[in-house]
Write a protein that binds this ligand. Structure first.
Ligand code: HEC
Ligand SMILES: [Cu+2]
Length: 350
């Protein structure tokens, strides 16, 4: 029967090979890079062809009837038309009901599959905030690009720090909202190594359109090697080099320059050891504890002339990384003692 054939082509893990396997995009849809993409596309084309078939049929009948039964003479009376035909009515009710039921069934199946991650899925935490994505790996490594292993189910556990965002990866056919104060989940199995676009699909403020990232699908062993290499960002580096690495990797450079120019936040040049004044009064010397506190609780002392927009790095930065940052800031400042001060080693975490 046609229906069971369709069922086969549509089922994700069904016996039959999917009609559209992972592969290049089609006219309407982008490249298919996840296991579920074929199912979604089959469903899309199922609905598309049904719609096209009925649209063509109805428009053709409309045109034919309009010509065939047109009024040919001035004053011609309409012929009496039948008001009821049981057979025709049963047919035009039953066929659409069956089609709609089939669409529901295939759609529901795909929805359930796409909402139920396998228990052994590899978990990555996702945070959305105005206007960037951060991806936290099981070992604590944080990145702004989403690296995932191919051919392994990956689950994203997502939340937002401010407003509603929506993570959308067209090549994987997934899109899910991130809501502040709760966790939403999405999962996929990427099947084609390569780079794919990741968008925010929920209007979240003025720079919504630049809230972009890239998904990098790596072959499984390459992914493991990549994660190992990037996890310990301080390894093999001096404290100053390590601090510079932290500055780049954790995104401080988006807001803090090194050349003396103020950006969204104050420059890091000559910051360490200088006197700071705060909004609403108060002054302090920028020492080790001040830097540590600025990173962990930025809103507690807001520097005069700047907005309180720095996100907290609590939970995302390790103590050794703060220590390295302090060494880096000292190297940029003429107010700092030239040698490593012993106090830098003992960072206080509130
Ligand atoms: C989104 C922009 C942004 C990011 C990212 C950011 N900051 Fe800030 N930062 C600010 C702003 C704005 C201020 C000034 C207002 C305040 O004190 O909260 C500031 C203040 C500071 C201060 C105090 C500066 C001073 O002049 O006294 C330090 C130290 C600091 N940030 C360190 C960091 C470090 C380290 C990182 C990365 C781990 C970082 N910031 C990431 C925006 C940012
Ligand atoms: Cu957004």
């Amino acid at each position: 029967m046609i229906l069971s054939g369709l069922l086969n082509t549509l089922s994700v893990r069904g016996a039959g090979a999917p009609f559209l396997a992972a592969g290049d995009g089609t006219f309407w849809l982008p490249v298919r890079a996840s296991e579920a993409a074929g199912t979604v596309d089959n469903l899309f084309y199922f609905i598309f062809w049904i719609s096209l078939f009925f649209f063509t049929l109805l428009m053709a009948l409309l045109a034919i009837f309009a010509v065939r039964y047109r009024r040919r003479r001035e004053g011609e009376e309409p012929e009496p038309s039948p008001s009821h035909n049981l057979a025709v009515e049963v047919v035009w009710t039953a066929i659409p009901v069956l089609l709609v039921a089939a669409i529901f069934w295939f759609g529901f199946q795909a929805y359930v599959d796409m909402s139920t991650p396998p228990l052994d899925a590899y978990q990555i935490q996702v945070t959305g905030q105005k206007w960037k994505w951060t991806f936290t790996y099981p070992n604590g490594y944080v990145d702004e690009l989403l690296h995932v292993p191919a051919d392994r189910p990956v689950q994203l556990v997502m939340t937002s720090q401010d407003v509603i965002h929506s993570l959308s990866i067209p090549a994987f056919r997934i899109k899910r909202d991130l809501v502040p104060g709760r966790y939403s989940k999405a999962w996929f199995t990427a099947v084609r190594p390569g780079d794919y676009d990741l968008y925010c699909a929920e209007y979240c403020g003025t720079q919504h359109s630049s809230m972009l990232s890239t998904v990098k699908v790596l072959p499984s062993e390459e992914f493991d090697a990549w994660l190992r290499e990037h996890s310990d960002i301080l390894s093999g580096l001096t404290p100053v080099e390590g601090g510079e690495r932290v500055y780049n990797v954790l995104g401080c450079k988006q807001c803090h320059s090194l050349d003396g120019a103020a950006g969204v936040g104050p420059t890091f040049r000559n910051l360490f050891g200088s006197e700071r004044s705060f909004k609403g009064g108060g002054r302090a010397l920028a020492d080790e504890n001040y830097v540590s506190n600025s990173v962990l609780d930025p809103q507690s002392q807001v520097v005069q002339g700047f907005e309180p927009v720095m996100p907290t790095f609590k939970g995302r930065i390790k103590d050794q990384e703060i220590t390295a940052l302090i060494a880096f800031l000292k190297s940029l400042s003429e107010h700092a003692p030239r040698e490593e001060a012993p106090a830098a080693a003992g960072v206080v975490t509130p």
